[in-house]
Ligand binder design. Structure first.
Ligand SMILES: C[S@@+](CC[C@H](N)C(=O)[O-])C[C@H]1O[C@@H](n2cnc3c(N)ncnc32)[C@H](O)[C@@H]1O
Length: 324
């Protein structure tokens, strides 16, 4: 079978199964099997695909038609121009989450400008926390943008932290991202001088031997300049209306914030206030309907300069504020 025929049949099967973006999905699966890029694929439509590759391709097409996300079949997703390993243990990074990074970088630059300081373009001296890091995509993308900043990334899921660790290593930022198994900030002592590893913070049933990486002893405290988070924010009552790719294949802990969805934000915001330096920044991703429940939480006296950023679909997606 040649490439054109294999692709045509794959596309037809995915269209029949009501798979969204069926052409792209079939292309990505064929590229994955052949280990080629799209330019090569379209330059060689007559090339014969080996029987083994045809078999592998249609196996993947069948799994995609049955609802498995393309990213679980290829094992990767691009985010912020970087390739991330993904497995069913982590949320597949979404394009709208890139707005969290844009807002965070803008706010950091503005803060320096307002303080009359030179722009810290490399993030020298900055301590940044990513709460609910999943694949590590936010912390890792920011670590690439701020090559002198130091990061703490927490997740309640040891399996997710194993993926984040591999992604941090792949992008050569593992020495600056300290991964902790933690319920929100629990494993991060407030204001501790010279942070040392907490025994409880070492992942217990971890697939990889140790997640916690001892922070450099030069850190003066665990108060942060910036806290970013894309917490689980879907309501369990919305579960029946979710696409099967999401509901049946992505981790519940990454999806659901509670019955309504916004339940985690109250603790996240209260604890962030305790963990930020004065003038520290909080940047949160919001669910499509979270804003009315979450924005009032920033009316508390410790917050100022509250701002909302819409995503490309016009949905209020990022909520940011500064700690007084
Ligand atoms: C929506 S996903 C975001 C993952 C990643 N930051 C991203 O943007 O793609 C939320 C992550 O928060 C983690 N999580 C859920 N509840 C948590 C909690 N109480 N404390 C820490 N992490 C939590 C989940 O395991 C999941 O990895």
């Amino acid at each position: 079978m040649d490439i054109r025929t294999a692709l045509k049949q794959g596309i037809a099967q995915l269209r029949e199964a009501d798979v969204p973006s069926f052409t792209l999905a079939a292309e990505l699966l064929l590229l994955h099997v052949l280990g080629r890029n799209r330019t090569w694929l379209y330059a060689h439509p007559e090339e014969i695909v080996s029987d083994a590759d045809v078999h592998r391709f249609f196996e993947l097409i069948n799994r995609r038609a049955a609802g498995e996300p393309t990213q679980h079949l290829t094992g990767k997703q691009e985010f912020w121009g970087l390739e991330f390993e993904v497995t069913p243990d982590v949320l597949i990074p979404r394009p709208e989450t890139e707005h969290v990074i844009e807002v965070a970088l803008d706010r950091l630059a503005l803060r320096e400008l307002r303080a009359g300081r030179p722009q810290k373009s490399a993030g020298e001296g900055l301590e940044i926390a990513d709460i609910g890091t999943g694949s590590g995509c936010i912390a890792i993308a920011m670590a690439k943008e701020l090559p002198a900043a130091n990061f703490y990334a927490t997740d309640i899921s040891p399996a997710a932290l194993a993926i984040a660790k591999r992604n941090a290593q792949r992008h050569a930022v593992a020495d600056r991202i300290h991964l902790l198994e933690s319920n929100l900030f629990d494993a991060l002592p407030v204001g501790a001088q010279h942070a040392t590893p907490q025994p409880g913070a070492i992942a217990k049933n971890a697939p990889a031997p140790v997640f916690y990486q001892s922070p450099a002893t030069s850190h003066q405290s665990l108060h942060f300049d910036l806290i970013v988070s894309n917490p689980p924010y879907i309501g369990r009552r919305e579960s029946p209306s979710l696409p099967r790719e999401v509901r049946d294949h992505e981790p519940n802990a990454a999806l659901f914030g509670g019955e309504e969805g916004y339940e985690l934000y109250a603790d996240l915001i209260t604890q962030s206030a305790k963990h930020l330096k004065p003038c520290g920044l909080l940047v949160l991703e919001l669910g499509h309907n979270s804003l009315p429940a979450v924005q009032p939480l920033l009316d508390a006296p410790e917050w100022t300069k509250v701002g909302v950023t819409n995503d490309l679909a016009g949905i209020p997606r990022v909520l940011a504020a500064e700690r007084l």
